[in-house]
Design a protein around this ligand. Structure first.
Ligand code: PMV
Length: 282
């Protein structure tokens, strides 16, 4: 029997721009993840509703015989919420199938990245990197990602009712980048500078600077038309309640918002009254 676990993630800054070459920073959502158990016998599967066909595709890509395996999957992660559910599933599956524990973390990540391509088409790789390492990461496509040694950053997560489609959101942004390359290039440059500032603030545990960068980054994501009224309401209500900063996280067009706050602020009621369907406290 093989067992694999992987956490979800939140993107602190840099989503979407990371697909186009900018750096991004993501944090694992520890305590919220996916566990896959694999037994090498045929038998009924106990998996999340609606995920069986996807799991079969992943197994084919891994050259495994789905009929000869019994799979069970447990998830504490809302799916389609922009919290890295599909990457966590891919990493947990790869780990569960690695009976002898022979794969290095880099190899697990590599394999999961291949699976993420089946789920998203052109994933940047940030989700599978955080899920595989389970640590905060600085990530840039075509460059080495770096596991960050930083103080824990207490992130609030508020879910909106609308599920997100990363594939759709990424395609929308690609359309903008092709239709208005100069305009998009300027935003990409701005995003890159914001990620550099966020990295410094994270290293310094300077939460108020980090919060300001997050709020500015939300503005950039709004200009890419991936925010929604529900996400904007969560962001604004967190800022009004005294958060250091807030923004949408992940693909957008639904999904979740994140915020960082002074320790005395509790966003649970603020966000539930602002329309959040679930609030994950740090
Ligand atoms: O929506 P999520 O959790 O899959 O995050 C996607 C992040 C994007 O930058 C929008 C896409 C990517 O592949 O990096």
């Amino acid at each position: 029997m093989g067992r694999g676990q992987a956490p979800g993630k939140v993107i602190l800054v840099g989503e979407h721009f990371v697909v186009h070459g900018a750096p991004a920073i993501a944090l694992p959502l520890l305590g919220r993840g996916i566990e896959v158990v694999v037994e090498r016998v045929s038998g009924p599967w106990d998996v999340l509703p609606g995920t069986e066909a996807h799991l079969r595709r992943l197994l084919i890509a891994l050259e495994e015989d789905a009929e000869a395996l019994r799979l069970s999957v447990r998830s504490e992660l809302p799916i389609g919420a922009g919290l890295g559910g599909s990457a966590a599933l891919a990493v947990a599956l790869v780990k569960a199938l690695d009976d002898s524990g022979a794969l290095t973390t880099a190899e697990v990540r590599e394999c999961a990245h291949r699976l993420e391509k089946l789920a998203h088409g052109t994933p940047s790789g940030i989700d599978d990197t955080v899920a595989a390492y389970g640590r905060p990461v600085w990530f840039q496509r075509e460059s080495r990602s770096e596991v960050l040694e930083v103080e824990p950053c207490r992130v609030w997560v508020g879910l909106t009712a609308q599920r997100t489609s990363t594939r759709e959101a990424v395609a929308h942004v690609r359309g903008l980048s092709e239709a208005r390359p100069r305009w998009f290039g300027e935003r990409l440059a701005e995003a890159t500078v914001q990620v550099e500032h966020a990295l410094q603030a994270l290293r310094d545990a300077d939460w108020s600077t980090l919060g300001r960068v997050m709020a500015a980054h939300h503005g950039l994501l709004q200009s890419l038309e991936v925010s929604t009224a529900a996400l904007d309401t969560l962001v604004q209500s967190a800022l009004d309640a005294g958060a250091f900063g807030a923004k949408l996280t992940g693909g957008g067009l639904g999904g979740a918002a994140i915020a960082i706050c002074p320790p005395e602020i509790d966003l649970t009621d603020v966000w539930l009254s602002a329309g959040a369907t679930e609030v994950i406290a740090p």
